[in-house]
Design a binder for this molecule. Sequence first.
Ligand code: FE2
Ligand code: FE2
Length: 310
Amino acid sequence: MNAINKTSDSERYARCIHSSKRVRWDVDEDVIRGRRFDAAHKFLPDGLSLADTFTTLVASEKRFVSQIQGRTYANVFGLVERFINAKVLELSRDHWFGDQVALEALVRFSDEELKHQALFRRIDTMVRDVLPDGYRFDVDPNGVAHAVLGKSTWAVLALTLDIELFTQLHYRESIDPDAELSDLFKDVFLYHWKEESQHAILDELEWVRHDAGLTAEERDRAVGEFIELVGAVDGILQAQAKSDAGYFAAKCGRAVDAAEACAIEAAFLKAYRWQYIHSGAQHPQFGKVLSSLITESQGQRIQAALATLQ
Ligand SMILES: [Fe+2]
Ligand SMILES: [Fe+2]
């Protein structure tokens, strides 16, 4: 790496620290502010819940779907932030006796991610308080973290950048005008994104730095592992779509026949794949960084894998 790149990277780490200090928020004082959820509101915006895909449902049922998806949103973030934080702590080791600015940026990143997990645990219990009993999220964050961290750092950082970039799009969807959307959930998107935007920059810096130390063979294996990780995420989404569709059918207050149940499950899965895979994978910055690191044929392998998840 030449001297100019080193300087500009160091400046980028420093800018992340500066922004992190400027936007820092508190779960209770800034985000929750003594509020509760109201079952009269949607929790996820239509652009994320893909309300239009649930073609057999009336408006109040689509609202219930957005509330179920809101609880799943809190649970999925609680899950992914467990392994993201562990990977960030592991990467920080590379800077222990090196760039102390980079080290501080990663320590702040980790601290924020612990706070986000606490926020999402709160959101989960607050949504639980206004929805009917019977919702399940049976995936163990530590089990997933162990499985993910068994893959190469390159693959984990690719998945992490995908995730941290899509919080930006989720925030943008949430600010589209919609009087029925919960102000509290809108604030969750806003405040989360404020800190995630620094994380996405740090993911990129760490990914490029780590990539520079890999051989072509190691990188090629890592591309395969990234595809495996996306497949594992999809496995979780498939199970949750099934669980959430079953919960909806049991609690929506009317009979749902087998054909409609199938359509509802497919719509949940489509929404979850959009929320947790494609909205990040299609982000221009993700494509830009990824394509700067891989060959054209590796890019085609990734695109072909993503195309199967439609
Ligand atoms: Fe986060
Ligand atoms: Fe993050």
